[in-house]
Design a protein around this ligand. Sequence first.
Ligand SMILES: *[C@@H]1O[C@H](CO)[C@@H](O)[C@H](O)[C@H]1NC(C)=O
Ligand SMILES: *[C@@H]1O[C@H](CO)[C@@H](O)[C@H](O)[C@H]1NC(C)=O
Ligand SMILES: *[C@@H]1O[C@H](CO)[C@@H](O)[C@H](O)[C@H]1NC(C)=O
Ligand SMILES: *[C@@H]1O[C@H](CO)[C@@H](O)[C@H](O)[C@H]1NC(C)=O
Length: 444
Amino acid sequence: LHWQQVSLQTLNLDSRPDDEQCAELNNTTWQEYRQQRARLQVQYLLLSRRNPDCAQRFSQESLEQQASHFNGSLPTKVIIHGYRALGSKPSWVKELAQALLRAQDANVVVVDWVYGASFAYNLVVENYKEVAVQISVLINEMQKHGGRLEQFHFIGVSLGAHVAGFVGTLFEGKIGRITALDPAGPMFKGADTFDRLDPSDAQFVDAIHTDSDYFGISIPVGHVDFFLNGGKDQIGCARSRFPSMYGYVICDHMRALHVYMSALNGSCTLLGVPCASYEDFLQGRCVDCEDFKGSCPTIGLSQNSGIHTALLPSEKKLFLLTTSSPPFCAHHILLELEVSPLEKSAELEVTLRTENLGTERRLRLQTDRAVYRAVLPHPAPLCEISSIWMKNTGARFYRQAEIHVKSVCVSEFPSPEKPVCVNNVRLRRGAPWSHDLVQVCSVF
Ligand SMILES: *[C@@H]1O[C@H](CO)[C@@H](O)[C@H](O)[C@H]1NC(C)=O
Ligand SMILES: *[C@@H]1O[C@H](CO)[C@@H](O)[C@H](O)[C@H]1NC(C)=O
Ligand SMILES: *[C@@H]1O[C@H](CO)[C@@H](O)[C@H](O)[C@H]1NC(C)=O
Ligand SMILES: *[C@@H]1O[C@H](CO)[C@@H](O)[C@H](O)[C@H]1NC(C)=O
């Protein structure tokens, strides 16, 4: 205790930022929490291109004393974490802050409300508006030091998205942007728009949904809402027999954050296609972005998610498929199949191959249908698909013995390239068929 007092005094005497230790998010324990439940203890950290590795503690005082790296003429990113079931600090904050700083010269302010966000979820939900009010006080102060509301961009994870939404409400929608990373669902889905994030909270609101059947919200809350792989269950968040419960439970939920960080890194483009439902999307009924004059909205920092139309959409559902690991981008391949009339139903397995990568889809063929469409996420572009494999896998006697495929075509969307087709294939039950495609990728 004695040593701590001395070192604190030293810090107070010498307040040059360079001499401060790097600031950290706080954490809390159940015991601590029970002892002093009434206090929220919101604190702020600041990172910038001048201190990307070593966060500064940030407050009204440090602004007034101009003792921080805050630069009012730069845009400001505000990161807000969500619910902390176990009182631990979120581990991804620095990675997100640094990805933002690599992409844009900005002030990155991290809101640390771990204390108020921990343990009983219902009490945490009671806290979130008070946290938003405290943040708004700091924003008022930043405005006095050159910050402009339209230059603020909030990035809220889970419950943090609704905190950001309420800050937006307090500023009557004048904040520049709110990005919601799997905005929280429990206790918010049925809530009034005053109580949850909605498009009126900022000039532009984009949301990424990855766990909308569990921790996330199932309804659109932004101008655009990206539903990844349908927004519920993510590839690679597999049901294991011996899952680490916590990691398993939040894998889908945290995917939105990891995909967003990957998009900030900019190694590939993640674009969403507007469609009424995921089922329609998977069945190839939505293969263009004519709603947006042909340019599909993208995940990341582009202004208005890359939308150039005069009128912004509202609560627009966008769908995309991803792969299971960074950088997550998949190519959307439309598979179109036409068969001769069948006497019995059939099952068909189709695999697209690029070197050792394969994307498989099973189709159920009916006697009353001849044309089938399906959208597949392939890790490589159309021109790198080297072969198509098909197999008639129907069970003996009950299924069609031979399927006559009039044509099987693959095309990529959105892309102007022509489909690649193979015609007139006979698939005997159980006998695999494959066809090598000779293609050349054009170099731009
Ligand atoms: C973290 O929280 C504890 C208990 O609430 C408080 O005493 C301490 O000063 C905080 N530490 C930091 C680094 O903010
Ligand atoms: C977080 O908690 C651990 C263990 O309870 C403690 O050792 C650590 O110092 C804490 N970190 C902060 C920043 O409070
Ligand atoms: C603040 O940012 C502006 C715009 O990038 C830059 O011109 C200026 O030098 C910065 N000020 C300081 C003190 O770094
Ligand atoms: C982003 O890039 C950085 C630096 O190259 C790397 O360390 C990080 O793992 C990348 N993150 C993602 C999610 O791709």
